[in-house]
Design a protein around this ligand. Sequence first.
Ligand code: PEP
Ligand code: MN
Length: 337
Amino acid sequence: MMIIIMSPTATKENLKKVQDKILKEGLRYHLSKGELRTIVGVIGDKKIISGLQMKAFEGVEKTVQITEKYKLVSREFKPEDTIVNIGGVLVGGGNLGIMAGPCAVESMEQLLESAEAVKARGANFLRGGAFKPRTSPYDFQGLAREGLEMLKAAGEKTGLKVVTEIVDMNALDLISEYADVLQIGARNMQNFELLKAVGRSQKPVLLKRGMSATISEWLNAAEYILSEGNYNVILCERGIRTYETFTRNTLDLSAVAAVKELSHLPIIVDPSHGTGRWQMVRPMARAAIAAGADGLMIEVHPHPEIALSDGDQSLTPENFSLVMKDVQNMMQVMGRE
Ligand code: PEP
Ligand code: MN
């Protein structure tokens, strides 16, 4: 891919000529309109792109050849942080998305109790799975449509935006009716047909890192979504598989700094799946904010000891309060708020 950086003084006509030339060569483009300048990302046949002489065009400041496969998600293409707007709630560019709630929706009582508890403590999103990708087919699989209805009702009652996982592209319309954010889980990070399907929708997407995905593979997965036209993507670091067995996964907080360097997309951290141990959620949440994360995903259950899934890593509402206090303090220390 080639990135064409237009000069701050380039006119609409200058840009139009560049766009026409790209289309005439049988190539495609995406525009990134910054405050100062417009950046044109050219995609298509590599050979044709390398032969393009765009510097000769008026209004073109410079061109950059990108060697990484991902382009639209890269900082080169869009230097400013992306801020995803979820029905008026912003995530990215200094705005924190705090997504909290149970691993799975179990009942209306359980969900509403969780929603009210996390709302009262400062969360702005309610999380909860209605379709659960479980390791064993004999484990609780989720309440499906019924769970979605409960999520919507709890979201409306508390004013929280709803995040829930999509595991099957055929359920896209159904889930879109009930949720504000579509979560793609670790197990589906490279389900390319699913990525393309959510890319064709305009619903915000929370893309979790695959349990053995490199940062490059993860950003390429995000690229699938953007390349279909959906720019509303939030990344979520949730730990990767290593040889360590004390924790469920190894939470890779260095991914926050890496993604901030490589991409303009917001990134949040999930210390619940990242550690698998409720005792470690609070310190790792604090560290995530210190590393520059744009938010957190945290499992909270009113009674973790009877949770149908992930009870070991779920916080009680009281412990979630402590996390939220830490987040506030950390933001203040960093002069972020
Ligand atoms: C979840 O968020 O409940 C979940 C299943 O997470 P992950 O895809 O990261 O394992
Ligand atoms: Mn879970």
